[in-house]
Design a protein around this ligand. Structure first.
Ligand code: ZN
Ligand code: ZN
Length: 428
């Protein structure tokens, strides 16, 4: 998870609202294989905890994941998977081919660590993601005779720098493997055992908007208008409960309620950059929008503001040097395919019931994951997997200095997502 601004998820236990209503038809399908998944996961749990502890003790920064990749490749090779390495950095891909015709369904784990006060640490939980994916590969390999098609386990480097997924795509990922669907998960501060997602944006799209003025006659007034224009994009009132991050998990207005206040918003950070050089003035602001459609209105609204301003004529000299609008921080944003996301939440709820939560709100704090670039080519879903145990003071807030994970999340994750992949292979 890449986090640009720092938000705080406050902790309120999620109540049982918005739990997925289970369609009765087909509820017994694959029941035996889901039972086998849970038995196998329980049998290898302590082995997986040891794998996680080893990765945890040897964190490697983005682009330097050599040891981690070696461990992953050795583990997948020992299982019997076909292993492809080093596409776009220290990536590892393990292919579990059932030998029978069918879909190809992929799962991604990110593997890099982050800089910390002590040096380098797994304070984003990617060691847990890696362990869960290795566990899934082992569990599902043991059930190979019951599978169809292919499962593809993708271990992606350099997520934290938002470069790894694109590098893999640029260097032939889609030629090496062609998944029909692609899924991933990230540890989140929710209680351990909960898994959640939504269709469309999960995080607000976050951009740096730059207004560039040429040949400025009145710089002070220009700066004031630019700031005011960007600030005016904000759609959330000052006194709104939106600003209290405790409300993200509120049962009636939080992310999990259909009438959540965390939808249909544009938010502007209260900070601007102003640069002046060689007669060119640039005023930058930081804008988040909860949907693609709303972000698309930003450009038009800013242009209108400037064009309609009483100072407009003095801002821009008529010399074909018009005011420009650019985006310098424009990145892929997690965008879950609606159909696949609905089906995935349903199929996990069918097996794991109340652990599965459907979200309606879009998280506003500037987070993102470069899995977004894979989603631009392959449909699927990015999930949040709760890792906290508040009773023990374990809070899985990514990038927090005291980031910690309840180890049981390894078992939850292997179970939920192994079941998910089986259901996806069997869904046509
Ligand atoms: Zn992360
Ligand atoms: Zn992170």
């Amino acid at each position: 998870m890449k986090s640009i601004t720092r938000g705080t998820f406050h902790i309120i236990l999620l109540c049982s609202l918005a739990l997925i209503s289970i369609k009765e038809a087909g509820a017994a399908d694959n029941a035996l294989i889901h039972q086998q998944i849970q038995q196998k996961t329980a049998a290898i749990y302590s082995e997986l905890v040891a794998v996680r502890n080893d990765l945890h003790q040897h964190p490697e920064l983005s682009g330097e994941e050599q040891r981690t990749a070696n461990k992953i490749a050795a583990s997948l090779t020992a299982l019997g998977l076909n292993v492809i390495r080093d596409i776009g950095g220290h990536s590892v891909i393990g292919v579990l081919d059932s030998g029978k015709p069918g879909k190809s369904v992929a799962w991604r784990a990110d593997i890099d660590a982050i800089p910390t006060a002590e040096g380098v640490g797994h304070n984003c939980g990617h060691d847990v993601h890696t362990t869960i994916a290795l566990g899934m590969a082992e569990v599902l390999y043991s059930l190979k005779s019951q599978l169809t098609g292919k499962l593809i386990f993708v271990f992606q480097p350099a997520e934290e720098t938002y470069t790894g997924a694109r590098a893999m795509l640029d260097e032939g990922f889609l030629t090496a493997v062609k998944p029909d669907e692609f899924y991933a998960a990230h540890i989140s501060p929710m209680p351990a055992g909960l898994v959640a997602s939504k269709s469309g944006y999960l995080y607000a799209d976050y951009r740096q908007v730059n207004l560039v003025f040429n040949n400025v006659v009145k710089p002070k007034a220009t700066i004031a208008l630019a700031k005011q224009s960007i600030a005016s994009l904000q759609s959330v009132a000052k006194e709104s409960p939106f600003w209290n991050t405790a409300n993200l998990m509120d049962p009636t207005i939080g992310l999990g309620h259909p009438n959540t206040i965390y939808q249909d918003y544009v938010v502007v950070e209260n900070r601007f950059n102003v640069e002046q050089a060689n007669g060119v003035l640039t005023v930058s602001g930081y804008v988040s929008a909860s949907s693609e459609a709303l972000m698309q209105t930003v450009n038009k609204r800013l242009r209108q503001k400037i064009a309609n301003s009483e100072f407009a004529a003095s801002f821009v000299e008529v010399n074909n040097q018009a005011t420009q609008l650019t985006y310098s921080l424009q990145r892929g944003n997690i965008n879950n395919a609606a159909h696949f996301t609905e089906q995935s939440l349903q199929s996990m709820a069918k097996v794991y019931g109340g652990s599965v939560l459907k979200l309606y709100g879009v998280i506003p704090d500037g987070r993102g994951d470069d899995f977004a670039y894979f989603q631009q080519h392959i449909p699927g879903t990015y999930f949040l997997l709760g890792g906290s145990d508040f009773s023990k003071g374990i809070v899985s807030m990514p990038h927090a200095p005291n980031f910690a994970v309840d180890q049981r999340v390894i078992e939850f994750g292997v179970n939920y997502f192994s079941s998910l992949l089986v259901e996806r292979l069997h869904t046509h």
